[in-house]
Design a protein around this ligand. Structure first.
Ligand SMILES: [Fe+2]
Ligand SMILES: [Fe+2]
Length: 153
């Protein structure tokens, strides 16, 4: 992961595009579950896709912490408050993600597996929606704020 500071608008674009990729992976995971019945997909494939998704999500959250957190922190007077909230949300999401991926790993029937995948997909879609409402928008992540070092030299 790059240490280079990104412009807020660039952070916004990248986070949004990662969200769309995650949603795409969720849809593929659900399509996989739908094919468990006809045998085109087996439980092992669905489980492996879920582990892969967890890896992608960890990278995504690390990206947000490295790049979105600094941008939000400086966006306005509520920055530090929002940053605390984002870290708390991520801590909760990591816990919930571990719990759900464990459930997926341990699922012993197609119904169990389908239900766990559905819970995971519901959670991630609502997290993404909330995050975009609260942080990943043009109100908060925009470039027209003058950086303080312009004056500081
Ligand atoms: Fe996040
Ligand atoms: Fe996110």
């Amino acid at each position: 992961m790059s240490d280079e500071a990104l412009m807020p608008s660039e952070v916004r674009r990248k986070v949004l595009s990662q969200h769309r990729e995650i949603e795409q992976m969720l849809s593929e995971l659900e399509a996989g579950v739908a094919h468990l019945a006809d045998g085109k997909v087996d439980a092992g494939q669905v489980k492996r896709a879920a582990y892969a998704l967890r890896g992608i999500l960890e990278l995504h959250m690390s990206f947000e912490e490295a790049h979105m957190v600094p941008a939000i922190n400086e966006a306005d007077g509520f920055g530090p408050e929002r940053v605390r909230h984002l870290h708390a949300e991520h801590a909760e999401q990591r816990q919930e993600l571990d719990r759900l991926v464990d459930q997926i790993r341990e699922a012993s029937s197609t119904d169990d597996l389908a239900a766990s995948v559905e819970r995971l997909a519901d959670m991630l879609r609502s997290d993404i929606e909330e995050e975009e409402r609260e942080y990943v928008n043009e109100k908060l992540l925009r470039d027209n704020l003058i950086p303080s070092d312009t004056f500081g030299g």
